[in-house]
Write a protein that binds this ligand. Structure first.
Ligand SMILES: Nc1ncnc2c1ncn2[C@@H]1O[C@H](COP(=O)(O)OP(=O)(O)OP(=O)(O)O)[C@@H](O)[C@H]1O
Ligand SMILES: [Mg+2]
Length: 254
């Protein structure tokens, strides 16, 4: 059965999508059969693996509407062992539509159940909010990986996220845990990055990954080519960092 990891932080632009795309592709590269689920209506994970040109593809929205669609919504990417359920713009409507449903927190969990046995890892990219889609993600996931950007206000909102995870654990998903906390966009030349990393370490002494993701221009270029970093530039610092993260994630799940 797959380990389902949600990449979540309601703060925008902290590296959720970059982490979801590149962690999923590195896990796949290492030989783990991996499914990326793009639960953000922005669809950046979908384009990040070059899966945005599939016409008439079923999307996460269709899976939420009818869990019978899930198996057919899984698309094989160009990359070995890497599969995706794409996002679509209509997913933003689900945020409101779900609010009127009974058992509204469980729609994603129900749709994933049909394919859980088919993968080693399922990585879910989240939107920058704590709305119904994120609640569905945290209800479906085994654990949550929190990317934190090494910038001003890095920890802003993180206590709210932890509170949300605790409340979901109590009411909706007793097994959810924090998978790990990942420092992103780290620039060792600036005092700010160094200080933020220290602060995050104090806040999450047991959960912070040893791997720190550096600020690396190649990581920001890769999405416009629809390529994960290990395809776009395998020799970049960004590629080595995400490969090290994937190994750390595997080690924590042995
Ligand atoms: N390590 C990095 N080095 C350089 N640029 C990065 C790095 N990580 C992410 N970026 C860039 O920063 C921007 C935000 O990253 P990303 O889209 O992954 O964040 P996000 O949390 O998914 O954002 P949103 O909340 O909008 O979904 C993007 O332009 C991305 O290419
Ligand atoms: Mg994103």
């Amino acid at each position: 059965m797959a380990k389902i990891i949600a990449v979540t932080n309601q703060k925008g632009g902290v590296g959720k999508t970059t982490t979801a795309v590149n962690l999923a592709s590195c896990l796949a590269y290492i030989g783990k059969k991996t499914l990326l689920i793009d639960c953000d209506p922005q669809g950046n994970s979908t384009s990040g693996v070059g899966a945005d040109e599939q016409e008439h593809a079923l999307s996460v929205y269709d899976c939420l509407a009818d869990s019978g669609n899930t198996k057919n919504a899984v698309i094989k990417t160009k990359y070995i062992n890497l599969y995706i359920i794409p996002s679509s713009a209509d997913l933003s409507a689900a945020e409101i539509e779900l609010a009127y449903e009974e058992n509204r927190e469980f729609f994603l969990k129900k749709s994933i159940a049909a394919i859980k046995d088919d993968f080693d890892f399922i990585i879910i990219d989240s939107p920058p909010s704590l709305g119904m889609i994120t609640i569905n993600i945290l209800t479906a996931a085994d654990s949550v990986l929190i990317p934190i950007q090494c910038e001003y206000y890095a920890l802003e909102g993180v206590s709210q996220l932890i509170k949300t995870v605790k409340s979901i654990k109590k009411k909706l998903n007793p097994k959810i845990d924090i998978e790990g906390v990942l420092a992103t966009m780290y620039d060792g030349r600036t005092n700010l990055s160094i200080q933020v990393l220290e602060e995050v370490k104090r806040f999450f002494p047991d959960k912070l990954y040893k791997t720190v993701i550096p600020r690396n221009i190649r990581l920001s270029e890769a999405p416009s080519f629809g390529e994960p970093i290990i395809k776009y530039d395998r020799t970049s610092k960004g590629a080595s960092a995400y490969m090290a993260l994937a190994k750390e994630v595997i080690d924590r799940n042995l």
